[in-house]
Design a protein around this ligand. Structure first.
Ligand SMILES: Nc1nc2c(ncn2[C@@H]2O[C@H](COP(=O)(O)OP(=O)(O)OP(=O)(O)O)[C@@H](O)[C@H]2O)c(=O)[nH]1
Ligand SMILES: [Mg+2]
Length: 300
């Protein structure tokens, strides 16, 4: 931890109005490039597998994808189910998917587990019945916003490590097709989509689960914005993780208590950055329990 980080302002100084555009703009130049590459990949595919994060099932989808390939089937893999509050997720899906006009083929699971393969391929075959023969192999590709598990899924499908987990797209090398079987081909490079938040709340959900780089958004602000959601949905988890007998009503007061519990309080001073890092680490690792973020006011 650098001293510069330690001297960062407390959350009381971080109103939405103070948040600079640069801080929230996560569309850097390489994303424009990725977008162009994605269009290129889509041309070659019969079925698109969109990997999303089950912990933020709708925030982690990209609405642009549906516009870019209106004529092609998209299967959603809601990944990282091991970290997701499945009870809440199923409630949300029940509510949301019944209201969408078109059926949305999806799967819930863990991209790193081989057992995800058979149901995924069965869905893909059902979506493209005109393909899937040695003469007309079914061509699949994996797309999604950063950090959702695209590379992990590609590696699982291929059965060996070809896409480096955490790696950037390597489309520039040329599109490589891998024959999974005589009837089934996979484009080996994931198509990276930029995260697209339909609401302010969704943007903080995405930051919380690590889909927006930490340099693009202030982590103290992220925690400040996520705490009310945790207080409303996961109060027991907060109490038990941070050994709190009662939960303060005020999120800022809670933030202070958490800071004290995680050792980010020294000589009368709260180190907000350090407290935020620890809270986010707890949340992302599952130490705060299984979670699911949903903003009922955001569009699909
Ligand atoms: N707990 C858990 N972690 C997962 C799962 N799938 C992937 N991960 C982890 O999530 C992180 C991101 O996975 P990647 O496969 O690199 O994600 P990506 O979408 O390729 O990320 P970018 O290339 O940065 O866009 C890695 O630390 C993976 O180990 C899962 O099902 N459960
Ligand atoms: Mg990757």
């Amino acid at each position: 931890m650098t001293s510069e980080k330690m001297d960062s302002p407390g959350p009381e100084n971080m109103s939405p109005e103070n948040m600079s555009h640069e801080k929230t703009g996560w569309f850097p130049g390489h994303m424009h490039k990725a977008q162009k590459e994605l269009k290129e990949i889509l041309k070659y595919l019969d079925v698109i597998i969109e990997v999303a994060d089950a912990r933020a099932p709708f925030a982690s989808l990209n609405p642009l994808l549906r516009k870019l390939c209106a004529d092609k089937p998209i299967i959603t893999l809601w990944n990282k189910s091991d970290l997701c509050d499945l009870h809440f997720l199923k409630q949300i899906l029940g509510k949301k998917l019944n209201t969408t006009e078109k059926a949305m083929p999806y799967l819930l699971g863990e991209a790193r587990m081989r057992k995800v393969i058979a149901p995924l391929i069965a869905l893909a075959k059902a979506e493209a019945p005109h393909r899937g023969t040695p003469l007309k192999p079914l061509r699949m590709g994996v797309v999604g916003i950063p950090n959702v598990g695209k590379s992990t899924l590609i590696n699982t499908l291929v059965g060996r490590k070809i896409a480096r987990v955490g790696d950037a797209p390597a489309i520039t090398k040329g599109l490589q097709k891998i024959n999974l079987s005589p009837e089934l081909q996979l484009i080996d490079s994931p198509g990276i989509m930029m995260p697209s938040a339909e609401s302010r709340q969704n943007m903080f959900f995405l930051a919380g689960i690590g889909c927006i780089g930490e340099n693009a958004i202030d982590e103290v602000l992220v925690v400040q914005e996520l705490l009310p959601y945790f207080m409303a949905h996961y109060s027991m988890a907060l109490k038990s993780r941070y050994r709190l007998e009662t939960l303060p009503q005020d999120p800022l007061e809670l933030f202070e208590k958490i800071a004290k519990q995680v050792g980010a309080f020294r000589a009368g001073k709260i180190y907000w950055e350090q407290a935020s890092e620890k809270f986010l680490r707890d949340m992302r690792s599952g130490a705060l329990g299984k979670i699911c973020f949903y903003d009922s006011l955001a569009g699909f």
